[in-house]
Design a protein around this ligand. Structure first.
Ligand SMILES: NC(=O)c1ccc[n+]([C@@H]2O[C@H](COP(=O)([O-])OP(=O)(O)OC[C@H]3O[C@@H](n4cnc5c(N)ncnc54)[C@H](OP(=O)(O)O)[C@@H]3O)[C@@H](O)[C@H]2O)c1
Length: 255
């Protein structure tokens, strides 16, 4: 294995992916805004004897993202995998009560950030003659849920973009996959609600996925033989059918 780029590696799914691929002796290229966390993660993962390059990069900053990829040391090439993971939700409520700043943060990170880095990485993968772009979508991109309007729309956009990308890359030997999770217990809900107590309630009475469960799914997609492309992998807790139906809220309401 060569290097794996993971965006948003300071927490949750991104951090778990870093650990999963370090265990496989892949070199890691990581970013996030909280550099202190990346530093601690890099220190911990050195145990696996891998090279780790990390940088504070805000995915909303197109110039910063491009410079990040241009700054990669030659000895970290080739780039086997790009994991587009950085993303977030802000708020939950009707569209007419939406906060513009929150909308911009979600759209700029979840859609534009993915576009910036994917555009910068594709030429490297084309030159190598192979590569794999794995994006963390969401079941929210398959079916919206009440109050999720803009977040769900960003994930639906990613779902569409992944299909386009697969077509754009025909003939290049670059694989394109989206891994779309349901409920995963990470800092996601705390970021969404800016309220730790409210966030905890999201997971009460259910056994959600862990970040490690999703990292395992990403790793599975990445480790199929090179002639195998998994287009989309949907992963939810056993107790969650989709964004609207789960054992906790739906049991007893069945017809
Ligand atoms: N948790 C779930 O239930 C769930 C379900 C479906 C899909 N997802 C998706 O999974 C992905 C990871 O989320 P998570 O659950 O692991 O949440 P998390 O624990 O909050 O992690 C989000 C990561 O994204 C990074 N990030 C956010 N904005 C960024 C920006 N502007 N620039 C660079 N990095 C940024 C954060 O780093 P910094 O704050 O340090 O920048 C953090 O490392 C997201 O795309 C999310 O939409 C999550």
């Amino acid at each position: 294995m060569g290097s794996v780029i993971i965006t948003g590696a300071s927490s949750g799914i991104g951090m778990a992916c870093a650990e999963r691929f370090a265990r496989d002796h892949c070199n890691l290229i990581l970013n996030a805004r909280r550099e202190d966390r990346l530093e601690r993660l890099a220190e911990r993962l050195k145990l696996y004897g891998v090279a780790i390059y990390y940088k504070k990069v805000d995915m909303r900053d197109s110039d910063g993202v491009t410079a990040f990829i241009r700054s990669l040391p030659q000895d970290l090439m080739p780039i086997d995998i790009l994991i587009n993971n950085a993303g977030l939700s802000r708020g939950l409520g009707p569209l007419d009560a939406g906060v513009l700043e929150d909308w911009n943060e979600m759209i700029d990170t979840n859609i534009k950030g993915v576009l910036y880095i994917t555009r910068a990485v594709i030429p490297l993968m084309k030159a190598q003659g192979y590569g794999h772009i794995i994006t963390i979508g969401s079941i929210a991109g398959h079916e919206p849920y009440p109050g999720g309007n803009v977040y769900c729309a960003t994930k639906a956009a990613i779902k569409s973009l992944n299909k386009s990308l697969r077509m754009d890359l025909v003939g290049t030997n670059i694989r394109v996959t989206s891994v779309d999770p349901g409920m995963v217990e990470t800092e996601f809900s705390e970021v969404r609600f800016r309220d730790a107590q409210r966030a905890q309630k999201v997971y009460q009475g259910l056994k959600p996925l862990t970040a490690g469960d999703v990292a395992d799914a990403v790793h599975f997609c990445a480790t199929r033989p090179r002639h195998v492309n998994i287009e989309n992998l949907v992963i939810t807790p056993t107790q969650q059918v989709n964004a609207m139906i789960n054992d906790r809220d739906y049991a007893g309401k069945k017809p």
